[in-house]
Each structure stands twice: as C-alpha cells, then as structure tokens.
Design a protein around this ligand. Sequence first.
Ligand SMILES: Cc1ncc(COP(=O)(O)O)c(C=O)c1O
Length: 428
Amino acid sequence: MHFSNFATRYQKGSGTVRLMEDLGRATTAKGAICQLGGGNPAHIPEVEAILREAMADLTADTQAFGKMVGEYDAPGGNVAFRETLASLLTEQFGLALSQENIAITNGSQSSFGLLFNSLSGQYADGSFKRILLPLTPEYVGYFDVGLAEQPIFEGRRAEIDLLPQRQFKYRVDFDSLKLNQDHGAVCVSRPTNPTGNVITDGEMEALRAACREQNIPLIVDGAYGLPFPGMIFTPAKPFWDDNTILLLSLSKLGLPGIRTGIVVANPEVIQLIQNNNAINSLAPSRIGPTLLTPLLQRGQLQSICDELVRPYYERKRDYALAVIEEVMADLPIRIHKPEGALFLWLWFENLPVTSETLYQELMAQGVFVLPSRPFYPEVETPWRHQEECIRVNYAAPDESVVMGLTVIAQVVREHFQAAVKRLKETDH
Ligand SMILES: Cc1ncc(COP(=O)(O)O)c(C=O)c1O
C-alpha cells in the first residue's frame, strides 16, 4: 500500500507507541510477568466499589442511561459536568470560572496534539516557535505529536540536588531557562511523569511569572495532581489563571478505560478544543462526565481522593521504597524523591550499559519498566544521566513489585560486577 508523507509519523518508532504496546504485550503474555512499565493506575477496591455503585445507579435510571449511551454530547463536553466542575474550581482558585473555561476530551492524551501544534511550529509572522519543557525528563507522551518538519520541543536539563537516604530531586535551572519569543508555550507535568517530582510552589510561581512577562501560555499537566486525583504526598498548591492551560484527567482516579480528559483554560483555548472535538470525533464521550457529576455534586470526589486514592499510593510508594532498601542495599542507586504520581525513578550512576539495554534485558526476563532516554526531547544535548535511569510503576500488586525489583537488582548487579572484573583484567 502507498501512504502519503503524513503516514510516516505513524510508521516510525515512537516512545508512546512502545509504551502502550508493552502494556498490551504484558496483559497477553504467558508466564510470570511483572508489569512495572506503563502508566496503569492501581485497582483500589474501595474506589472501584464506589464507581460500581455510581454506575449501577446510572443504569437503573432509564432516562439518564438512555441519554448517556444514546445521544452525542455537546462538542465541548457534558454541560452539567462542566458547570459542576466550574463551581468547584471557582472555590479552589478564587477566580470565577464557568463552563466556558472547561472542555472535555477523550483523555488528556488526545488534547496534546491540538494544544502543542497550536502553540508551536510556523506562525503567520514567519517565526518558528517551540514548546519549552523547563524540567526534563518529562512525559514521553508529549514528544510524538508534532506536525512540523522540525522538532517542536525544547528541553532544559534539570539541576540535581542530592538528598539523604540515597534520594535526589530535580530542580528547574532558572539561569538557563531563557524563555523568549521563540517559545509558543511552556509545559510541565505536576506531579511529573516519569520522576514523581512535584515542582515546588516557588518554582511554579517563578514559571508563571516568567510566562506572564513574555505573554506565553503555561501548560500544567495535572494528570496525577490537584484537585483530582490528588496523588501528591508533599505540600503543593494548585493554581490556575487565564494564562494557564490546566489539563486534568479521570484516568488515574481509576478510570483510564473510559477516556476522559479535562481542559481548563480561557474561552479562546476552550473553543479550539471544542472545534477539534467536533471535527475529529463529533463529540467527546459522555460516560465519564455522567458518572462523575453526582460524585462531584455530593463532594464525594474530594473525599475519594483524600481518604482513598492518596493514602493508597502513599502506602504503595513506601512499600516499594522498603523493598529497594532490602534488595538494592549494595548497589549505587539513587531514587528521585517520590513526591507524587505512581512512579519511582531509579538512577544507577555510571551504569555500565545504557538503560535501553537494561530495559531489553529486563523485558526478556518478564519485567517491564521504561528506560530513561525517551523521556527527553530529541534535540536536547546528550547527557550521560539520560541513559542511567529507569522508571518503575509501583501501582502493581505487591508480589510483582517485589519480584520485579529483585530481578532489576540482580541484572544491575551483574553489570556492575562485570565492569569491575573488566577493569581488574585491564589493570593486569
Ligand atoms: C503526565 C501524563 N499526562 C497525561 C497522561 C494521559 O492521560 P489520559 O489517560 O487522560 O489520556 C498521562 C498518562 O499516563 C500522563 O502520565
């Protein structure tokens, strides 16, 4: 079959495709598999029970059920949900938001292409702008959406603060930020996928001020953040203003299967999303919004986040850290301070092989993780650190976490031991 140039975007290798294929492969594989790779949230029994009950109420309501499955929604998404969410966010942010500030998409991932391509690439004045990622590594799912010939992302290398207990934390290097008119937007995920970092309130405030000064929008990807699902274990303030595009999602609450993303922005951006929905999918799904509206109205969503979701992931994080303490005590490992989301970012300084090789070797043993290089945009200057980390999802069942981390420790140990042996041999 002959495809146009456009199809090459979908024919070449892509970090996002690989991530999702690994997820699929692990669900259909035979034999012992430890799926610590993708971004699947945990099945939290208490949360699933509440969602099941809400769904049962809906299916019992003939009219509501008929509307949910039998009618297209508005192109900007379900109005009742958007109105309810707008009043909750008005309270949170102290700014009057309405449904015109909110659009629904079929998952956050489906809005990145539109947003990034609308805020980068060729402009009418002849300029070419890029999306600035002030703190890389950053979410791999951003990198494959560009339609322009040239790369549309520009990343800034994180500063590394070494912390006690073999931890470290990435920090925005404001001296090398150099935000200017070559940038169409700035984007951060908070908490960050892959590192579990939560960019501090101070850093956010400084980014926000720099963006305002240059009149450049700030995109904040809150897929794991505030106000929901609230997978943040450190003090952090949510914020929004009319120069901010806040992306929320129902996925990490435990609903990735129903594909619901939420964009909170000024009405000009919302109109873009709405038109994109109409053109590319007529309307977004109404299942997520219909299911969640009663929970939002009763204030139940907040208590699900505070009382069930956050404590669950905090326990999972602590468990994974304890396992690492035990099985990697002898290894030169540092762990990014796990402040949110559901990942541990493990740094094996001076790892004798690339993390890509490690990833392949682990996969051959049934342990799925992610290597570090795909979390950096192509154009960023190479840096050894980019090849020394892996991402581990700790939402998997405890047995998988133990087994997976034990295998990782074993494979990494063998590499360090082999390197020491090689060194001794060359000394002789
Ligand atoms: C940082 C980040 N943003 C966005 C998404 C996409 O979420 P959604 O399921 O809403 O498309 C993910 C999914 O893993 C993510 O990790």
